[in-house]
Ligand binder design. Sequence first.
Ligand SMILES: Cc1cc2nc3c(=O)[nH]c(=O)nc-3n(C[C@H](O)[C@H](O)[C@H](O)COP(=O)(O)OP(=O)(O)OC[C@H]3O[C@@H](n4cnc5c(N)ncnc54)[C@H](O)[C@@H]3O)c2cc1C
Ligand code: FES
Length: 282
Amino acid sequence: MNATPAPMPAVNPWLPRMFRIAEIIAEIPSVRTFRLAPESDETPDFLPGQFNMVYLPGYGEAAISISSGSHELRQMDHTIRAVGDVTKAIMRLGPGDQVGIRGPFGNPWPVARLRGKDVLLVAGGIGLAPLRPVIEYLLQNRREFGELKLIYGAKTPEELLYQRQFPAWAIAGLEMEVTVDRGTSAWKGHIGVVTELMRPLHGAKGKTTILTCGPEIMMRFVAREAINLGYDAGEIYVSLERNMKCAMGMCGVCQFGREFICKDGPIFPFPRVASLMQLEDL
Ligand SMILES: Cc1cc2nc3c(=O)[nH]c(=O)nc-3n(C[C@H](O)[C@H](O)[C@H](O)COP(=O)(O)OP(=O)(O)OC[C@H]3O[C@@H](n4cnc5c(N)ncnc54)[C@H](O)[C@@H]3O)c2cc1C
Ligand code: FES
């Protein structure tokens, strides 16, 4: 039931390595993807679901998931929402500017355990970013898996991330259902929460693994609905977020019960964090 062991950075994990912004992609309001290329000859090595600490001199660091699916091009994507000091300052950067990177850190999605299984991915808002690498992995190795389905929800149609990739994902074999909280006159899709779209996949329920990322309350309801539908709680994986500092299990900033989100997570089998997730809102 443990998540796949995490590879640690091969270099000094305290020291940021400099990366250049190769491209900036405007995604949705306040969210941009920064395509980063190393200034050295390193080839970034990471697993789907891991994150980096992105460092901007004079501002500090922020934990950001790696959102690209492949490191073959020697580039890594980071999809960033402007919320505070570091992320707002990063938004002011342009192509050619530099940022520091520490990482990769954290446990990846349990990709090795997914072979031969159906996989249901449930994402909310910018929570699709940490799932994009595993979607790309599953689709690149499509024949190794059973049914692949993504249920994705956002507040409004204009806040649906990576929409330009949806047709390619569908062609590659990903079944998708999309929903929004508030539609527009042009919106013909579903309106409501992601759990309304959850139902048993065609394969045996015991053969399905659920990967979910989004607001914590959404993940709790996804887990509850999945268990009600008969899915195995141990086959539900959630990706948690907390403020981070060292990202290596040393400072305690991200401690969540007995777990350190940076080192033991951010991806956890749901039963391991279920009781803590219930307590969070009290
Ligand atoms: C493992 C992990 C992966 C992440 N991946 C991404 C990503 O792919 N893209 C992205 O945009 N952000 C991501 N985040 C969130 C990001 O690290 C925080 O939003 C970060 O604080 C932004 O730094 P800042 O200096 O801009 O904002 P800050 O000044 O640190 O904070 C701004 C506001 O956000 C709150 N806050 C800070 N961190 C968090 C958090 N982790 N969860 C909830 N509220 C928080 C603060 O309390 C404050 O109200 C991730 C966080 C973690 C732990
Ligand atoms: S961020 Fe320091 S222990 Fe997790």
